[in-house]
Design a protein around this ligand. Structure first.
Ligand SMILES: Nc1ncnc2c1ncn2[C@@H]1O[C@H](COP(=O)(O)OP(=O)(O)OP(=O)(O)O)[C@@H](O)[C@H]1O
Length: 338
């Protein structure tokens, strides 16, 4: 059997290589072998979050899989035909639900009937998209380009206990050609300031600080407060301004005002670039851009973005052209499929 072989330690060398490779393997029906998985990371090999993501794709395409265990540094994935079905996946820790969603999303382009997955784990964890970013930035942008999904958050889950729960529905989708270079310049900044098992005053303080800072910039904030109870405890704020996001997760000892300020600053920095996509969407859009073709504008070309392009090129006959973009007071880059 012919395998696509991917070196999991290439460039960024993180979990994203696994997610993109397995997802595209199922979609293109090309078997893949990933070696040196997360080799440069302290906790080498597959983490629970990656195992869960691969298991989910395996279920949807009845794949034959070898090396699918926590700590594994080599994974072989041999897909069969995509056959959508409903199921539950429990990451078992506070592993990121958002990153399991990231893995399932491209399958929307290859299915002929919808599927619904209940995913349990962490909704708001470090170094992963907060669930409200997924809902209000990632999925919204993709919906505009034909990717049809619904996401319902039932419970929030924070590190270390997790306990988050979402229902994610994926419908057969037909991707449209991208033409999304500059930000819309909308002044409306929506958001959510949330606490779980903590006092509502924390959520209110985060919102107040964010509103003050955004007003100073002549932006129009509309930020909701959410207080919930669960098996894990946490707080955070997620802001979105049309296609751009900014967020910060609360931490013990970090003042509510600082959490809000970090999220606002992240968003303002993205707005300043004038480009349509922030640095996180910049990497997340790559597999979809490869299928839809066309052009997008991003604030930064990160290692995650470069790595994702490199993985995609193993499966699809595409190339990406990156150019600096300085028109209309913008300061970023365009990525075009050529
Ligand atoms: N604050 C954030 N907002 C939106 N997206 C984010 C945020 N932080 C991280 N991401 C996204 O989460 C993904 C993280 O990928 P990455 O490979 O680093 O994760 P991982 O699977 O945890 O692997 P590793 O632990 O090896 O780094 C990327 O797509 C990145 O854009």
């Amino acid at each position: 059997m012919d395998f696509i072989v991917i070196d999991g330690s290439y460039l960024e060398g993180g979990g994203q290589i696994i997610r993109t490779a397995v997802s595209l393997s199922a979609l293109t029906q090309k078997p893949v072998k990933i070696i040196n998985i997360r080799k440069k990371r302290k906790n080498k090999g597959l983490a629970p979050q990656h195992v869960s993501a691969v298991k989910a794709v395996k279920k949807l395409c009845n794949a034959e899989v070898f090396g699918l265990n926590v700590g594994s540094e080599e994974l072989t994935f041999i897909p069969s035909k995509l056959s959508p079905k409903d199921f539950t996946i429990d990451i078992g820790t506070a592993g990121s639900i958002s990153l399991v969603i990231q893995t399932l999303l491209p399958l929307s382009l290859g299915i002929n009937k919808k599927f619904t997955v209940k995913i349990k784990g962490g909704t708001d964890v470090k170094r992963a998209p907060p669930i409200d970013y997924v809902k209000n930035v990632t999925l919204k942008i993709l919906r505009n380009f034909g990717v049809l999904t619904e996401l319902k958050v039932l419970k929030r889950g924070f590190y270390p206990e997790g306990g988050g729960e979402v229902i994610f529905e994926v419908k057969p989708s037909k991707i449209k050609k991208f033409d999304l270079i500059e930000h819309s310049k909308s002044n409306l900044v929506e958001g959510i300031s949330y606490v779980q098992n903590l006092d509502e005053s924390i959520a209110r303080r985060m919102r107040k600080k964010a509103v003050d800072l955004l007003n100073k910039e002549k932006l129009l904030p509309n930020i909701k407060i959410e207080c919930s109870k669960g098996i894990s405890t946490g707080a955070g704020i997620v802001l979105w301004n049309d296609t751009l996001g900014g967020s910060c997760l609360g931490e013990k000892g970090l003042r509510a005002e600082i959490v809000a300020e970090r999220a606002v600053n992240e968003l303002l920095k993205e707005r300043e670039s004038g480009m349509a996509l922030d640095k996180y969407m910049g990497d997340q859009i790559i597999p979809f851009l490869a299928f839809g073709k066309g052009i997008v504008g991003v604030s930064e070309i990160t290692n995650h973005t470069k790595t994702n392009m490199w993985v995609v090129k193993h499966f699809l006959d595409v190339d990406f052209e990156i150019k600096e973009y300085k028109e209309n007071n913008c300061n970023g880059f365009t990525i075009e499929v050529v």
